[in-house]
Design a protein. Structure first.
Length: 251
């Protein structure tokens, strides 16, 4: 590392990644936002899924002030975050064959819907199987992953494939294998992960594109306001009621 302090180095690394995403993924972000807008216009429902820390970015676009009210979390028990005990169980569940099938069989997902799958490595059975089975149902799948893992690691799915191989669109977060931006001689392992920062920004860019695309078509985007501003609860109540048949986090 240089003579700069680690905090500044990390922030610079994150900014560099965001610039790469802005410049290199612009067309795919536009396509992903348009796909979501198409889904909304055609009466479809929107879902997001992520396991472990990848779930943080998925959760960030659900029931979010300034976000689309129609985005629902497709939750898999035990892998939504680090609240399961022991936390290592979540990592183990990502490798279980058949878990995604069981979740989809009991989920509201149907043909014409759109599903965003967030998986940094894209190598585990759960996100791969989720994408394969969702597309078989007629669901459009947007994968958010680091393509670097496809050449830097091996797949843990029986097919030998990665998430990116089973998506309608793939957003590349550009995160290096290992998800650690800094190294130091006195620290025994690489540190300072940036995947959450970059992936969340990627998804918010897609949401912004979707909202704008709907507005360009003369359709009011179903956006939520902050409950901490005057009139926010009333606004949200109207939107949630108008789209209640496509919102599942209220049930």
């Amino acid at each position: 590392m240089s003579d700069r302090k680690p905090a500044g180095q990390f922030l610079d690394a994150a900014i560099d990644l965001l610039r790469r995403v802005r410049d290199e993924e612009a067309d795919t972000i536009e396509a992903a936002g348009t796909l979501l807008a198409d889904t909304v216009q055609n009466g479809g429902r929107l879902f997001a899924f992520g396991a472990g820390h990848s779930s943080l970015a998925a959760q960030d676009v659900v029931y979010r002030a300034g976000g689309l009210a129609l985005m629902n979390l497709l939750a898999v028990p035990g892998v939504v975050g680090v609240d399961v005990m022991p936390a290592t169980l979540g990592s183990a569940l990502e490798r279980v064959d058949g878990l995604a099938s069981a979740v989809l069989d009991s989920s509201p997902l149907r043909a014409g819907d759109a599903l965003v799958i967030v998986s940094l490595s894209g190598r585990n059975a759960l996100p791969v199987e989720m994408a394969v089975n969702a597309r078989a149902l007629g669901v459009k799948v947007i994968g958010v992953t680091s393509v670097a893992y496809t050449s830097g690691t091996t797949s843990r799915h029986a097919s030998g494939t990665f998430l990116k191989d089973h998506c309608d669109l793939v957003l590349d977060s550009k995160i290096a294998v290992g998800d650690a931006e800094l190294t130091l001689d006195t620290v025994p392992a690489p540190f300072a992960p940036a995947s959450t920062v970059v992936t969340s920004a990627l998804l918010q860019a897609v949401m912004a594109t979707a909202a704008t695309s709907l507005a360009d078509r003369g359709i009011e985007p179903p956006l939520l306001r902050s409950g901490n501003v005057d009139g926010g609860h009333e606004w949200n109540g109207r939107v949630l009621d108008q789209y209640r048949d496509r919102i599942f986090y209220r049930h």
